[in-house]
Design a protein around this ligand. Structure first.
Ligand code: UD1
Length: 433
């Protein structure tokens, strides 16, 4: 089991480069099934990315990594079924559904991995594909899909702008017969990145300002080279790390426009922020003030994934902050862990009331989920004394070299023990040497 050990109280200072976005690379890897060959630049080496590559390889694709560049060739892809153990590795495995049906006219898979954030149904994914001519049957835990006439363009209105359902529809629609119009689609920057990749492959996708998407089906997709956009949630997490230590950070290769909803709150709290198109600078001196209230909502609103890191910052701000979570049922699982560090947080349903304290104290805590774990790192950087953060495999799903980057900025953080994937790497290295 791998832990982070943090001695808090070190001021962070320096320059950091942000890796490619997990939530962009995962659907693009699924979409790559429709292209003969793809080269994807700026791909972070994350556990979830490795899970997606394992699915591609199971389907018969060839994948290889050179640094942050991934090569995917789908010429040997002959399977249309994903076994349960691969589906369970991550929630995003469901985005392979649209791509497999588009390629083979059929697919067979199970429900994606259970999630720490509460129930995550896939009804919107399935009902949308049904509108596109897919017949779906569930039996023995498996979802059997077949499109006897091939995928058909359709007009679909989502009751909620689901990110994953939007991605599945977008991918499926690219080579469907006719035009697909999707209303109330998700508008997250990662959707634009997926559309950019698919258009580079020869698709005809138009994202409109009113939130609708139009896809004109084409016969087939060709090869493409695409650079994954920078991770906005990683950027926001590092900004919170800088702010809680009263530090001064510059983040490069980032798109601050994608997380303005968060930087507005940081400014309201007293951080000084200067944005350029691809760079952001944060300085934080003196006590932070609690923000009025933070309510998560689909893009361009405050992202649910940024809630936990910002909440940690508010545990040491002056005053009371209120967080309202509107996307997931169980976003507050990490709160009891933060309380071990002395945070004062009251939970009432989907609302968390945070009373800022003078200081936190180091403690032994355990990650409950990816962003909750990142929130614990933020808190530990400011806590007095030593903290041990266990179960960091959650964090490794979404942050590349988090400890190394923080050390470069001056933090006292080390990893103890090895994660399962890290042990595998060592095994491979020993075999090769
Ligand atoms: C994606 C992101 C995740 C982010 C979330 C919201 C990836 C890999 N993950 O997750 O980091 O927190 O968007 O911005 O990109 N829902 C249904 N039925 C469905 C689909 C969704 O009820 O068929 C509900 C979910 O239970 C949840 C809400 O809609 O309550 C949002 O889900 P969705 O936008 O689909 O998020 P994900 O794509 O799972």
């Amino acid at each position: 089991m791998a832990n982070y050990v943090v001695h808090g109280g070190k001021r962070l200072e320096g320059i950091l480069r942000i890796h490619g976005a997990k939530n962009a690379v995962l659907p693009i890897l699924a979409a790559s099934l429709l292209s003969e060959e793809s080269v994807l630049e700026n791909c972070p080496d994350l556990t979830d990315v490795r899970s997606a590559l394992r699915i591609l390889e199971h389907l018969g694709c060839t994948t290889s990594r050179r640094g942050s560049e991934l090569h995917i060739s789908t010429q040997g892809c002959t399977r249309w079924s994903i076994p349960d153990h691969l589906m369970r590795e991550m929630r995003s495995s469901i985005v392979f559904l649209g791509a497999i049906v588009a390629r083979f006219g059929k697919a067979q898979l199970t429900h994606p991995g259970g999630c720490e954030l509460g129930p995550r149904p896939i009804d919107l994914h399935l009902s949308s594909l049904e509108k596109m001519g897919v017949q779906i049957q569930e039996e023995g835990g498996y979802i059997h899909c077949v499109a006897p006439e091939g995928l058909q363009g359709a007009t679909i209105t989502l009751p909620f702008p689901s990110v994953g359902a939007t991605e599945n529809i977008l991918i499926a629609a690219c080579t469907a017969h006719g035009t697909t119009t999707l209303f109330n689609a998700a508008r997250e920057p990662e959707i634009q990145d997926l559309a950019d990749y698919l258009n580079a492959c020869g698709a005809s996708i138009q994202l409109r300002a009113d939130g609708s998407i139009q896809v004109q089906g084409v016969k087939r997709l060709g090869r493409a080279r695409h650079r994954i956009l920078p991770d906005r949630i990683a950027a926001v997490t590092y900004l919170c790390c800088g702010a809680i230590t009263g530090g001064s950070l510059t983040i490069e290769d980032t798109l601050p426009d994608h997380y303005r909803a968060v930087t507005q709150v940081l400014e309201e709290m007293g951080c000084r922020i200067y944005c350029e198109p691809h760079r952001i600078h944060l300085t934080c001196q003196g006590a932070l003030q609690a923000p009025a209230s933070v309510r998560t909502s689909p893009y361009p609103g405050f992202p649910t994934d940024a809630l936990a890191p910002l909440m940690s910052l508010c545990t040491v701000a002056r005053g009371t902050s209120i967080f309202v979570e509107t996307i997931f049922q169980s976003r507050f699982k990490h709160v009891p862990e933060l309380s071990r560090m002395g945070a004062k947080i009251r939970l009432e349903g989907n609302v968390a009331v945070v009373e800022g304290q003078e200081a936190l104290t180091g403690a032994s805590v355990c990650c409950t989920d990816l962003r909750g774990g990142a929130g614990m790192v933020v808190a530990a950087l400011a806590a007095r004394g030593r903290s041990t953060i266990a179960e960091i495999s959650h964090i490794l799903r979404g942050y590349e070299h988090l400890d190394r980057h923080l050390r470069q900025l001056g933090a006292d953080i080390v990893q103890e023990g090895k994660d399962v994937e890290q042990k595998k790497d060592e095994g491979y290295e020993q075999e090769g040497s």
